[in-house]
Design a binder for this molecule. Structure first.
Ligand code: PRX
Length: 629
């Protein structure tokens, strides 16, 4: 299962293509199953149907926890670094984590949560978040973690879509110098949700909260009155493990569903191999558990590998821009997995924040979430990795469950800005607009997958048709990633970014349609169009073209109102960076907005706007150009 040389990678890759079932069966055997599977794989991309390890029975928490207790029960499973560096860090062994997960699982059961029920988790980056996630998995409840930066309305939409009957939250959250009222936001969300029977509230900030009799429960009280034994629920390999909402080009965010068996095998296999994890290494992923990176590479992948996973509550710039380096030094971190946006932001503060910190414990680096530019790649490699740590630029998506294209740290030859080669089991193809495969090297186009892997999305919750439409209909017979890429002369892949209407702002995935809908909800807005533009730190910034009801008297104030509206409807992460008021939008005769033109203008690239002859009113383009920000 562990690949140690490039030759071994090549052999594994070949085997995974020639005999995928044999290959994955061998990998899956390393895990603990209650009952073996009957069939390794059945699939039909035309119907968006994929099943792995059918008939197999397991519980992922037995693999993440119980399996390790005899050997490494006292080893830290989690090291928690709080927001304030003056507060004490906490180390939680596998034994203790097991105990806490079982207790909390019993709390969930006591309050009526059963296998198959959906539980919404809205918590800061505290150990209880991992406990809550694993406790759901322990009893077969489907967790739906919502990132702490989302608004009450976003939480309500997600709770209603999945019909959650339980919410787990905290009184508040510390984030840098801010205290964020979590429970208050949940309360506002719950005004619009009928399915929720109970809310469990963990104490973090001692922010005053209103606890509703009969509905709300204190975490700390509840865990006192339950047993620490909780047998793991036997789960079919294809039973859902979790739902995670993510943005697409149209409509509301959709609930990506991952299932127990395939996801576990894929998350753990990729974790162990990409990061070449060695026993006792301290691994630090800076993502939030509210995103897929946190699910797969803070919780499930590392814990199913018996790793020590560091969880950081705060932000890289608090109290100052040296915080990550302080953490690396303090906890002797060996593997650091972060995002290009964080690297670029820390780069902008200068090297003084890095100097003076002993980073010699670092052995391996990783990057995820967006294309990494060459400057950031070198800065990270040289100044953080002292030029002797491999750097894995890992490309993947919420829908893929785990890393798809990436170097194996220290094994695959690296090239700056390239995600390099597909992992074993991954069969990428590049297609042109007509879906024709472009073979050979030195080519570019749209990135698809022609064969399933165990971590692939199974459905979009409650709407399988949407899954089929979004991922499997653009290019029939293939999974379409939504990304563009090139394959160079050596067969190395470089991901160039989304080719659809999805933005990647500081590594956060945001649909332009979602932002437009939010802006349009503001009184006084007639219509809007949103595009992404190149942003030095965030990767992409949000540029909104807005038609106002009447010319705003105070444009600056109106911009702030629009930002506040987007914050309230989606969350602060989706606030536009620039708002330009326009009198019209470049539409074709059939009413479609030509975003291509708006994108060029937002980049300041006014010269060659391409063919605008199909526009209903080409004159609007001149107006927009004149008012460009
Ligand atoms: O455009 C790609 C970009 O992030 C998208 C997936 O976003 P999300 O589902 O939120 O998952 C992010 C974490 C896995 C992709 O379609 N992306 C992710 N990693 C990379 C990347 N783009 C270039 N290089 C990467 N390493």
């Amino acid at each position: 299962m562990r690949i140690k040389t490039f030759e071994a990678y090549q052999i594994a890759y070949r085997q995974s293509v020639e005999d995928p079932e044999g290959f994955w069966a061998e990998v899956a055997q390393q895990f603990q199953w209650r009952k073996p599977w009957k069939k390794v794989l059945s699939w039909n991309f035309n119907e968006a149907n994929v099943k792995w390890f059918e008939g197999g029975v397991l519980n992922i928490t037995e693999n993440a926890l119980d399996r390790h207790l005899a050997q490494i029960g006292n080893q830290p499973a989690i090291i928690w670094e709080p927001n304030d560096p003056e507060d004490k860090a906490v180390s939680i062994s596998y034994n203790v984590l097991h105990d806490r997960v079982c207790r909390f699982a019993n709390v969930l059961k006591k309050h009526g949560v059963k296998k198959g029920d959906r539980v919404c988790i809205y918590l800061p980056m505290v150990p209880e978040l991992t406990v809550a996630v694993l406790a759901c998995a322990r009893i077969g409840a489907i967790h739906s973690v919502v990132f702490g930066g989302f608004s009450a309305k976003s939480i309500a939409d997600r709770i209603n879509d999945a019909e959650c009957n339980m919410v787990i939250t905290s009184d508040g959250a510390y984030r840098g110098s801010k205290v964020i009222p979590m429970k208050e936001t949940v309360d506002a969300a719950l005004d619009q949700c009928r399915s929720v029977k109970h809310v469990i509230v963990m104490t973090r900030t001692r922010t005053p909260v209103s606890m509703l009799k009969g509905r709300d429960l204190w975490w700390e009280e509840e865990v006192k009155h339950v047993d620490s034994v909780c047998a793991a629920e036997p789960m079919d390999a294809e039973d859902p493990l979790f739902i995670l909402y993510t943005s697409g080009s149209t409509g509301k965010p959709k609930g990506v569903v991952h299932t127990c068996g395939g996801y576990m095998v894929y998350a753990a296999y990729t974790f162990a191999n990409v990061f070449q994890y060695e026993p006792e290494e301290v691994y630090f992923c800076t993502a939030d558990i509210g995103w897929i990176t946190g699910h797969s590479y803070i919780v499930y992948g590392p814990l199913c590998t018996g790793a020590t996973s560091l969880i950081f509550e705060g932000v890289p710039t608090y109290p100052d821009a040296s915080r990550l380096w302080q953490i690396v030094e303090k906890h002797q971190v060996n593997i650091l997995y972060t995002a290009p946006t964080a690297i670029r932001s820390l780069m902008s503060f200068g090297l003084d924040y890095v100097k003076g910190h002993d980073l010699s414990s670092l052995k391996k680096l990783g990057s995820v979430g967006e294309p990494i530019n060459e400057e950031a790649w070198h800065w990270f490699k040289t100044n953080i990795g002292s030029d002797n740590c491999p750097l894995a630029d890992t490309w993947w998506q919420t829908e893929t469950g785990g890393i798809m294209i990436s170097p194996l740290a220290g094994i695959t030859h690296e090239k700056p800005t390239f995600a390099t080669l597909p992992l074993p089991g991954i069969q990428p193809v590049i297609v042109d607009e007509n879906g024709k495969e472009i073979e050979g090297n030195g080519v570019s186009g749209n990135l698809c997958m022609k064969f399933p892997w165990p971590g692939i999305i199974r459905t979009t919750y409650g709407d399988h048709e949407r899954c089929k439409q979004t991922y499997f209909s653009t290019y029939p017979g293939m999974y379409f990633t939504g990304d563009g890429c090139l394959r160079d002369e050596d067969g190395y892949y470089r991901i160039t970014g989304r080719v659809d209407d999805v933005l990647n702002v500081s590594g956060h995935r945001i649909g332009t349609a979602e932002v437009e809908n939010a802006i349009n909800m503001h009184l006084g807005v007639v219509e809007s169009a949103v595009v992404g533009y190149t942003h030095d730190i965030k990767g992409q910034g949000i540029y909104a073209y807005v038609i106002a009801e009447s010319e705003p008297e105070d444009a600056e104030m109106f911009r702030k109102d629009i930002a506040a509206t987007v914050s309230r409807i989606i969350g602060p992460i989706a606030k536009p960076d620039k708002v330009q008021f326009v009198t019209g939008l470049p539409k074709t005769r059939s009413g479609k907005i030509m975003r291509r033109i708006l994108r060029k203008i937002s980049e300041g690239d006014m010269g060659n706007l391409g063919d605008i002859s199909t526009l209903l009113d080409p004159a609007v383009v001149e107006d927009i150009k004149r008012g460009a920000l």
